[in-house]
Design a protein around this ligand. Structure first.
Ligand SMILES: [Mg+2]
Length: 141
């Protein structure tokens, strides 16, 4: 199984309060850089997965950058960390994952979180931190 990136959108691919639930191309470019460098799969954990119009826009923007998410976390009306835990169990995934999010309600998965600032979103420094995390978990042979 490839490394997995759990992807939030608001406060990651946009800056909350700046872009009115848009997607910012420079942040999508940084995500593409992460995926290319880390050869990770993407699982959408954002609430955008539950909103059909938002989900369509997200998938289209990702497809333009050759990113095809392998799935979404289940919508269980509980903490995001729990939803991610359930996805990991259902998919028999191991510890090889990073959570990219501007919230920290990750419970026991908190050590896997790389946190963005809601008003800043994904930056090149944070993208580099994600890549470094994956490299630390997947040392080159
Ligand atoms: Mg968010």
């Amino acid at each position: 199984m490839k490394p997995i990136l759990f992807l939030d959108v608001d406060g990651v691919l946009n800056r909350c309060g700046h872009s009115a639930q848009g997607l910012e191309s420079d942040k999508l470019d940084l995500l593409q850089w992460i995926v290319t460098r880390s050869r990770c799969d993407v699982v959408v954990s954002s609430t955008w997965r539950t909103l059909p119009d938002c989900k369509r826009r997200l998938l289209r923007a990702l497809a333009e950058r050759d990113i095809e998410p392998i799935g979404c976390t289940p919508d269980l009306n509980c903490s995001r960390g729990t939803e991610i835990s359930v996805w990991l169990k259902l998919n028999r995934a191991g510890e090889n994952f990073v959570i990219l999010d501007d919230d920290e309600d990750m419970g026991e998965l908190l050590p896997h979180l790389v946190r963005t600032l809601s008003y800043g979103g994904l930056t090149s420094a944070i993208a580099a931190e994600v890549v470094n995390r994956f490299e630390a978990m997947n040392p080159e042979p």
